[in-house]
Design a protein around this ligand. Structure first.
Ligand code: AOF
Ligand code: ZN
Length: 353
């Protein structure tokens, strides 16, 4: 059974980068009457946002001479089949219509539009249903999707680069270059993989970042900046209209300058801003600093991953006076590798099991 679910999970990953904010989903249809050697007769995955779901693609891939085998077959799906009309009709209805014998799933769908109703439909039609097979792997695969629906906030990745003496920069002059080219390119790839990228006021002011993906051929994320006092210079790259930008501020009565492609939103706290991002269907955010913003996420326990680069360079004693200390890492060590000359360590905030 695991073997077929593993194959379905593998198929699901083929949708990576194409299906957000939908989950990656794979489906394998196995002809497995009692006493016979099981045989895969169909495979499919959710390929692109708005297009056919995994189950529909898998059913469509079954050879016409094999469709009569469906009542004696099991559909292995990595997510509970949907029960609602979204951009696509319900997969549960399709499986019922095609008289698939049995359905085995990896994860239940947390989307309130589905949430158990897919299974209920199948069971009501007399189809045997089993769920929870390799569920940890499925949750990891769609961590953004599950966090978004279960915690009502985006998946949060804290990212920073620190010098070998433990600093992420200095306030005295130009931005400090800490990491090398390979690491920088990887960060642009990460930006393209998330819906949003966030910085605080000081980083916006001191670094004047573009927060785009110019070093990687991927989509630009929505830029998010916390500017509580609405004090940022309006000539910063963030306000150039080249990509959507959301500015969270705390000035209830101040009318911000109007810029194309810039949304101003009054929020009272970080939590409130995350709620607002959830309403805007931003499923994940890469937080790129600075220290104060990273620290406020850490203190609130509002993070899922820390991605930390450690470079060989030292900031040096002469700049200690204006040096900005790196946050203290937390969580469980997930991976460690070299990216060019820089060491990358990823930590996950996995709750106790
Ligand atoms: C499935 N199989 O392959 C996927 C599912 O707007 P729609 O119609 O594309 O629906 C999107 C929702 O459907 C998504 O939020 C999630 O709950 C479910 N995704 N379900 O049965 C699939 N991608
Ligand atoms: Zn579906």
């Amino acid at each position: 059974m695991d073997q077929f679910m593993r194959r379905a999970l593998e198929l699901a990953t083929l949708g990576r980068g194409q299906v957000s904010p939908n989950p990656m989903v794979g489906c394998v249809i196995v002809y497995d009457p009692e006493g016979a050697e099981p045989r895969i007769i169909g495979e499919g995955w959710h390929q692109r946002y708005g297009e056919a779901h995994a189950e529909r693609n898998a059913i469509a891939s079954v050879h016409p001479e094999d469709t009569h085998l469906l009542p004696q077959s099991t559909a292995y799906v990595t997510l509970e089949p949907c029960s609602h009309y979204g951009k696509q009709p319900p997969c549960a209805d399709l499986l019922i219509e095609k008289r698939v014998g049995r359905v085995v799933c990896c994860n239940d769908d947390p989307n309130p539009l589905v949430a158990g109703q897919g299974f209920a439909k199948l069971r009501a039609a007399g189809i045997a249903v089993e769920t929870g097979v390799l569920s940890e792997i499925g949750r990891e695969l769609n961590a953004r999707f599950f966090t978004f629906f279960e915690q009502n906030r985006p998946y949060i990745i804290l990212k920073w680069a620190e010098t070998s003496d433990g600093f992420i920069g200095a306030t005295d002059s130009q931005p400090v270059k800490i990491t090398g080219d390979l690491a920088n390119r990887l960060v642009h790839r990460w930006r393209s993989e998330e819906d949003g990228i966030m910085v605080g006021t000081n980083t916006a002011r001191l670094d004047n970042p573009r927060l785009n993906t110019r070093l990687w051929p991927g989509k630009n994320p929505t830029r998010i900046v916390i500017d509580n006092q609405l004090s940022l210079d309006q000539n910063l790259h963030l306000f150039d209209g080249s990509q959507p930008t959301i500015v969270y501020h705390q000035q209830e009565n101040k009318v911000p300058t109007n810029h194309p492609n810039v949304i101003y939103s009054f929020t009272q706290s970080l939590n409130h801003s995350l709620e607002n991002l959830h309403q805007r269907k931003i499923q994940s955010v890469l937080v790129e600093g600075g220290a104060a913003l990273l620290q406020s996420f850490i203190e609130a326990g509002l993070w899922d991953e820390m991605r930390v680069f450690r470079s060989r360079m030292m900031l040096g004693k002469e700049r200690l006076g204006s040096a900005i200390k790196a946050p203290v890492v937390q969580g469980a060590l997930s991976s460690r590798e070299m990216v060019g000359e820089d060491e990358l360590t990823i930590y996950k905030n996995s709750p106790e099991k």
